[in-house]
Design a protein around this ligand. Structure first.
Ligand SMILES: [Zn+2]
Ligand SMILES: [Zn+2]
Length: 879
């Protein structure tokens, strides 16, 4: 039984998108459709932060993999794309602590338990925003498997990993100098710090020698840290200062007696060559201090305030206030020799841009070298492939210089470190559960570590924990390792590398085979989108204006591997028009199909039928070929041109005469082509294609699970394509002549043609109807020669000549003036381009594509000018 329904007159994305989103989810069509014996395709979604809301970066990062997922699913792969969200410790803290601050509260005031309750409530209420937006984008994620990096099973897996690594000695605790953001109140890893050049000052301070009238001068950018100095250091080979060795210094303002030491790490060129040593507040000094057994005096606390050990005078001051006060005091004492301008790189918090403070404290670390070794190997051996491949270089650079990873964070929202400290003895217990009794002293008084794990520690486990690890689940067996990880270049280190390390360590296998690195989405002038520039394009606003399909298609077309995306609203409006074009063509087709569709009969196929079928086979092959290589732009471009410029512009017109004659085979070809086009386009534009397809007699349950078109080599027809090309070129030429001479489209005209080969003559006669339909020709007169004195509008198409004979009342004088006007205009245009192409500056700076475009345009204009001049000559000969 066939369903034949007429489409609504106009396409309304809102209604259609809402309807199908709901349907797909209710029917659970995004869940793996099995059978498990089929080839599988799997991915995990890079979990967006629960605090997140959709921006263009997301839209890109979700659209491209969705194209691949939908395509593979339709190809019959047992497909899983697994979604979830990340608990994002720091981001959630920022949100909640800001709310608390509005009420004059801090997290310390409300306490850990209450804070976590507030955070959980907040997550329940607002954490789903990004999820709903994802559903709007049509991302075909299996929501029945949704995970959260803090859910119960996940928490267990994280603990398991921590305990295992600890047992193997790959996690350790150390009293260490770490980078701390005083504003965010937590430790940051090396890669979470942005180094920025700053104009600063270099202060030269006199340090008096003990038992002597002499001073030595040290230079520092951070005079406030002098309160924590426990030595002064020189280079052992520095003859200027050899005599100082063994002497003591009386530290000014503090009156602590400190030694002079020698160490090869001292830079003789810096300042005076004598440096102060503050083991508790500088990474180099920390190492020096360890080597020389120096005391670590903490004078700045984790929030950037001076401690009691800084002395009564400075206790409680902010670190920068203290700097001012120190300078003042040194001046008073006559100990400040000079101040110089000094430019150097200073570390800033990547989240809040506060200057980092090196901070001495107990932290947990992952010993990274053994894990990195394996992770380097799998990329070197090509088991994991980066796309574009140059990102592998970035990956290696980082992996070869990797440091141990500080994984403890002084936050509450997150995975609390499963370590307990006996309050009676020194015992530390790392375990899945709180210990009941101390092995060492039998005490039951334990306190759990206050810190939580770096968020990246839990997300590093994402590809396998989401599938049920450490249980041996069916999902792990079927879908792990995954096939593709699509993400941004900015988290190759934070995330991709760590997933590879953890995946190899705990599953013995790579977590994914391909890593596709997205470009950045920029504005239409290629500027970075930012709030301060006011050039942010909001994907939800674009969806509202142009529909999701148009947004998705725009992102796909612009996704050239290795290039940033320059987004313009114009493009989106263009693809909205594309949606209309498809809609209208489909509406026409549906209105012209009869109820009793029949099979395609070989002998009834017209030239146009054979041509479109052959073209379609090639497009399917090209599309598959492009998608296998993640060439989204190429796939989208191909399908776009096929639908618009071959199917809509030509085939729909060429098939009209057959439809009028009631050729049932042509009807079947039209239906079949439309059916396949919708399937090809579905991964890019899921909504409109589903809506139209559901109106076709060939419709099934849903395009989501329909079969992707397969190619039949037997349908390829080079002869039909070649013949069609000749006819199309001639038709285009006639249309151009008509347009150039302002012959109204409605006016029927005669056409003369000069063709040498007899076969071609026959072919034209056989397909005269195409000229009639597409160029509004009354009849074609094929002649051996065109008479000289006849007034003709002439043109050339390959080896054929075409001419439109002019009727008696056609105004020759007007025609002459028009041609002259056009020629002078085109001459001007040509000059403009020529002078551009002669400009060396332009040639040097402009992208190759732009230069090429200018050259092509110049050639076209020149050709056209020649034709116009010929026409003018001909017109003049008739006057
Ligand atoms: Zn910060
Ligand atoms: Zn104990």
């Amino acid at each position: 039984m066939m369903r034949k329904q007429i489409l609504e007159k106009a396409y309304d994305p809102k209604l259609v998108e809402e309807k199908w989103s709901k349907f797909w989810l209710e029917e659970k069509l995004f869940a793996p459709q099995g059978p498990s014996s089929a080839k599988k395709f799997s991915m995990v979604l890079p979990p967006p932060n629960v605090t997140g809301s959709l921006h263009m970066g997301h839209a890109l990062c979700f659209t491209l993999p969705d194209i691949i997922t939908r395509w593979r699913r339709m190809q019959g792969f047992n497909t899983l794309w697994l979604p979830g969200t990340d608990h994002a410790s720091i981001a959630v803290h920022n949100v909640i602590e800001q709310k608390l601050a509005e009420k004059g509260l801090t997290r310390e005031k409300v306490g850990r338990e209450e804070f976590l309750r507030i955070a959980r409530d907040w997550k329940e209420k607002y954490g789903g925003v990004i999820i709903n937006q994802l559903k709007k984008l049509g991302a075909s994620l299996d929501w029945t498997r949704e995970r959260f990096t803090l859910d119960e099973g996940y928490a267990k897996a994280v603990k398991h990993v921590f305990v295992e690594l600890y047992k193997e000695g790959l996690i350790y605790r150390d009293y260490y100098l770490v980078n701390r953001c005083p504003h965010c109140g937590t430790v940051l890893s090396d890669i979470e710090i942005e180094h920025k050049e700053r104009q600063a000052k270099l202060y030269y301070i006199k340090y008096p020698l003990l038992d002597s009238e002499e001073n030595i001068v040290v230079a520092t950018t951070r005079p406030e840290t002098m309160l924590g100095d426990t030595a002064v250091a020189i280079h052992p080979d520095d003859n200027r200062y050899n005599k100082l060795l063994g002497q003591k210094i009386l530290l000014p303002l503090v009156n602590r007696v400190i030694p002079v030491i020698a160490d090869e790490r001292v830079e003789r060129e810096f300042g005076t060559g004598v440096v102060k040593v503050t083991p508790a507040h500088d990474p180099v000094d920390f190492e020096l201090g360890r080597q020389h057994d120096l005391e670590q005096v903490i004078v700045i606390d984790g929030s950037g305030r001076m401690t009691e050990d800084a002395g009564e005078e400075f206790n409680g001051l902010d670190r920068f206030e203290c700097r001012e006060k120190i300078i003042l005091r040194l001046k008073e004492e006559g100990l400040l020799e000079k101040i110089e301008d000094y430019q150097h790189a200073v570390g800033h918090c990547y989240r809040c841009q506060t200057i980092i403070e090196p901070h001495l404290s107990w932290q947990w670390f992952v010993k990274i070298a053994p894990l990195a070794k394996e992770a380097i190997k799998v990329v070197e051996e090509g088991k994991i492939e980066f796309i574009p491949s140059n990102w592998a270089k970035t990956y290696f650079e980082w992996m070869y210089n990797i440091h141990d990873w500080c994984i403890s964070r002084q936050l509450w929202w997150g995975h609390r470190i499963p370590a307990w400290y006996c309050q009676n003895c020194e015992q530390v217990v790392v375990a899945m559960e709180a210990p009941s009794q101390c092995d060492g002293c039998q005490s039951t008084n334990f306190i759990q570590d206050e810190d939580v794990l770096d968020t990246w520690f839990s997300s590093a486990l994402w590809p396998f924990v989401t599938m049920g690890w450490p249980e041996e689940t069916e999902d792990l067996k079927t879908f792990y390792p995954t096939d593709l990880m699509a993400t941004g270049f900015d988290i190759i280190f934070f995330w991709v590398a760590r997933m590879i390390m953890m995946g190899l360590k705990f599953t013995g296998d790579i977590p994914f085979r391909h890593v596709f690195i997205n470009g950045l989405v920029r504005d239409f002038k290629r500027r970075k989108m930012s709030k301060s520039e006011g050039n942010i394009v909001d994907p939800l606003e674009m969806i509202d204006k142009y529909g999701t399909d148009a947004l998705r298609f725009t992102l796909a077309v612009l996704a050239i591997p290795g290039m940033d995306i320059s987004l313009s609203e114009e493009r989106m409006a263009g693809y909205r028009a594309f949606a209309n074009k498809i809609w209208n063509a489909s509406r026409f087709a549906l209105m012209n199909l009869e109820d009793d569709m029949q099979e395609i009969k070989e002998e009834e196929l017209t030239l146009a039928d054979r041509w479109i079928r052959s073209r379609l086979v090639k497009i399917i092959q090209e599309l598959d070929g492009a998608l296998v290589q993640y060439k989204f732009y190429e796939a989208a471009d191909k399908i776009y041109h096929f639908i618009w410029h071959e199917f809509c512009d030509w085939y729909i017109e060429l098939v009209k005469p057959s439809l009028r004659e009631g050729n049932k085979t042509s009807m079947a070809v039209l239906l079949d082509t439309l059916d396949q086009i919708l399937k090809l386009l579905h991964p890019f534009m899921p909504f409109i294609t589903e809506e139209i397809w559901q109106h076709l007699p060939t419709a099934g349950k849903s395009l989501v699970v329909a079969s992707f078109p397969q190619t039949d080599e037997g349908v390829k027809d080079e002869k039909a394509e070649a013949e069609m090309k000749l006819l199309q070129d001639a038709i285009v030429e006639v249309r151009t002549i008509r347009a150039e001479n302002r012959i109204p489209p409605k006016e029927k005209i005669d056409l003369w043609m000069k063709v040498s080969a007899g076969k071609e003559r026959e072919m034209i006669q056989k397909h005269e109807v195409y000229f009639q339909t597409l160029a509004n020709i009354r009849q074609i007169d094929i002649r051996d020669d065109f008479p000289k004195k006849k007034r003709l509008l002439k043109g050339i198409s390959g080896s054929w000549e075409v001419a439109i004979p002019l009727e008696g009342d056609f105004g020759l004088e007007q025609e002459k003036q028009r041609l002259e006007r056009e020629i002078s205009k085109i001459t001007l245009d040509i000059k403009k381009i020529e002078s551009r192409l002669e400009n060396e500056n332009f040639l040097k700076k402009a992208p190759k594509a732009v230069i090429q475009e200018a050259k092509t345009r110049l050639r076209k204009l020149q050709n056209r000018k020649v034709k116009l001049e010929q026409s003018l000559e001909h017109t003049l000969s008739l006057i």
